[in-house]
Structure formats: C-alpha cells, structure tokens
Ligand binder design. Structure first.
Ligand SMILES: Cc1cc2nc3c(=O)[nH]c(=O)nc-3n(C[C@H](O)[C@H](O)[C@H](O)COP(=O)(O)O)c2cc1C
Length: 358
C-alpha cells in the first residue's frame, strides 16, 4: 500500500498547507542533508538510471527530463535532498534583489478534489545574496535561477531588479529564468507585453553576453495569455533569440473546478496549479513549438503527476518537464514512479520520443 498517498498525505492534508510545507522543508533541510540521510533518501527514492531518458541540452547532461519547478525551494536550501529524491534539475527562486516576506497568511490552499493548489505567496524569499553561500556548495546538481522583481519596485525600474539578480547569481546557476508571469506580484504580468519584454530580455542578454561563458536564459510565461499575446511573445523571443521558454506558471482562471464556488470565493485571489492547468499548459507548449520551430528549449510545466502527463508534454514539443503540485500530491516516490512509467512506455513502444536531444 502506498504509504504516502494513503496515510501520510491524508494526515498532512488535515493541516494548514503552508505549515505542512514548512515542516517538510525543515525536515529535508535539517534531517535529510547529512551523509547518512542522503544515503537513505537515495537508496529508497532515487530512480534507476535510464539511458533512454538521458539528454544533453546546452552542453549539460540531464539524467532524465523531470526537474522541480520554481517556488518549492525558493532560497536554495534543499538542493541536495531534492536531488536525492530524483529530480534531474532544481529551479530555485523566484529570488528578488532584497528579501521580502510575501503576502499575508493564509496564502496557500489545497483543492483536494481537483488535485490542485491555489497560492498567493507573493515571492516570499530571503533575497538573492542570501542564497549564494548555499549555491556555492551545490556540487554538480543542475540548478536554474528563477529571478523576479521586488514588490515595491515599480515596473519602469523592474529591469534593474532582474539585472541585480542575474549578476549576483551568474557564477552559481546553470540557467536563468526571467519570471514575468506570477499572478501574485501586482503588475508583474504586464512585463509580458511586447515592449517591456523586449527591453527586459535585451538588457539581461547584454549582461549575459559580456560574460566569457553566457548562460541559457529562459522566459516563464502565464497560461492565461491569449493567442494574440502569445504571438507577441513569439515575436520578441525570435527577435531576441532567447534560449527557451517555460510554459507555464499558475493560472488565474477558475473554470471547470470540482470545488464549490463558495470554497473558491472564500480562498480568493491567487494562482491555481496542478491538474486543472495541465491541458492549457500543454496547449501552449504545442502552440509555441509550432511557432518557434525546433530550436528553442521549452520546459513544460503544469499538472504533471505521472509519466503519462510528462509524455504528453514532451509530445507537444517540450524538451524538459517540471512539476510542483504533482510532487505534493504524489509524494517522495513521484520521480521514481514517473520515470518507470516513461521508460516502460518507451520500451513497449507506447510512445516514441521524437524530439529527444542527445
Ligand atoms: C506554492 C507555489 C509557489 C510557487 N512559486 C513560484 C515562484 O516563486 N516562481 C515561479 O516562477 N513559479 C512559482 N510557482 C509556479 C510553479 O513553478 C509552476 O509553474 C506551477 O505551479 C504549475 O506547475 P504544477 O502544476 O506542477 O504545480 C509556484 C507554485 C506553487 C504551487
């Protein structure tokens, strides 16, 4: 009987969602970072090596396609234990130049019947400088730096915030993500508009190109963009020759949920993640792949709970996958199980991985 899904999760899910997040992260940080505990985590949860799931992207060897999405380990405190749980890469952040507390609590909610979460965390993080000592010790684990702006920074100064985070993190991460799609920082998503977006990308690219070894830069977009807005983004991405896109962040849409209208109204504002965002995110991946052609890397995220969900996104044109909510609902065996399913699917001919990069 799956211990996490049948016993641990139902117990944890009786408690406040953010409180549980802090318990789990404290346990991982304090209890599972030493050598003995690392050995245990690896032994029990690390997936097998699947040669057919490996890829080489940006000259980096990915053991398999599934990484951890931004927001779970904002301050880079859990890189090692999360890697021991099998994620092939970890995205830290969103980090901002200055530490900020985020929105008032409660700000994280479960919609169990929808296998979803609603959050309005608001970029709570310890500030970019705080994570650096820890990042210096990350070893060869692949880490992405997801960066944003402080709440108090007006949009016409936003570029400076991204630049500060980029410069501070540059030596310590393997790729960058410009997050312009969180619904929880007022006005942030306006940075997805053509002109501010072009200015943001080109400024960060200039700083990147002045380095001896520029790093891949990706843009993280919202699932709520219209076709018209997506076309604008495609145009800017092509103009700037950006390395890739992460599709998608959480949605502000509340349609088609099982949870009662009263419950949803009581929760209020925030970004919805998990199952309900899966199809929209896959649709966007497909649209972007058609428009962008084969070159830019697309990281597909939104409602991945198992190997089949990951395969759907790879089929739609993603090169890598990330998950957050699926990990919360499925537990520590999430990666091990998903990879088993993916490998079985490949071996039994249920799917072929056409866009694999080797
Ligand atoms: C509690 C929570 C906090 C999040 N924080 C961030 C964040 O700081 N930056 C970001 O780019 N995405 C953040 N996300 C969005 C996730 O990275 C991901 O894009 C989204 O949840 C969809 O994936 P999922 O359905 O697998 O959760 C957060 C999601 C959740 C649930």
């Amino acid at each position: 009987m799956p211990l996490y899904k049948n016993i641990i999760a139902p117990l944890l899910f009786t408690q406040d969602a953010e409180k549980v997040h802090h318990w789990i992260t404290a346990l991982l940080e304090k209890g599972f970072s030493n050598a003995l505990a690392s050995f245990f985590l690896k032994k029990v949860y690390s997936p097998k090596v699947y040669p057919d799931l490996k890829q080489k992207i940006w000259g980096i060897d990915f053991q398999h396609p599934i990484g951890l999405a931004a927001g779970f380990d904002k301050d880079a405190k859990l890189i090692k234990p999360l890697s021991n749980l099998g994620f092939s890469f970890i995205e830290i952040g969103t980090l901002t130049p200055v530490a900020q507390p985020g929105n008032e609590r409660p700000r994280l909610f479960r919609l169990k019947d929808d296998q979803a979460l609603i959050n309005r965390m608001g970029f709570n993080n310890g500030g970019v400088a705080d994570s650096i000592e820890r990042l210096k010790k990350k070893g060869n684990i692949i880490v992405g730096g997801n960066i944003g702006k402080n709440k108090v920074t007006p949009n016409d100064k936003a570029v400076e915030d991204y630049l500060k985070c980029f410069n501070a993190l540059y030596p310590y991460v393997d790729y960058f993500v410009l997050n312009v799609s969180s619904p929880n920082t007022p006005g942030l998503r306006a940075l997805q508009d053509k002109e501010p977006l072009r200015e943001l990308i080109q400024t960060v690219q200039k700083a990147n190109n002045s380095q001896s070894k520029p790093k891949p830069i990706l843009l993280k977009i919202a699932p709520d963009l219209s076709t018209f807005e997506l076309d604008d983004i495609v145009e800017v991405l092509q103009l700037c020759r950006l390395d890739g896109v992460i599709a998608t962040n959480t949605t502000v849409d509340r349609s088609g949920l099982t949870a009662s209208k009263q419950k949803i109204d009581t929760i209020g504002l925030g970004g919805l993640s998990g199952r309900p965002v899966a199809n929209r995110s896959t649709e966007i991946i497909k649209y972007l792949r058609e428009k962008l052609g084969p070159e830019p890397i697309i990281i597909g995220v939104g409602g991945v709970f198992n190997g089949r969900d990951a395969i759907q996104k790879l089929h739609a044109g993603a090169n890598l996958i990330q998950a957050y909510t699926g990990f919360i609902y499925e537990g520590p065996k999430f990666i091990k199980k998903a990879l088993q399913e993916m490998d079985y699917g490949l071996k039994s001919g249920h799917w072929t991985w056409k866009n694999r990069r080797i």
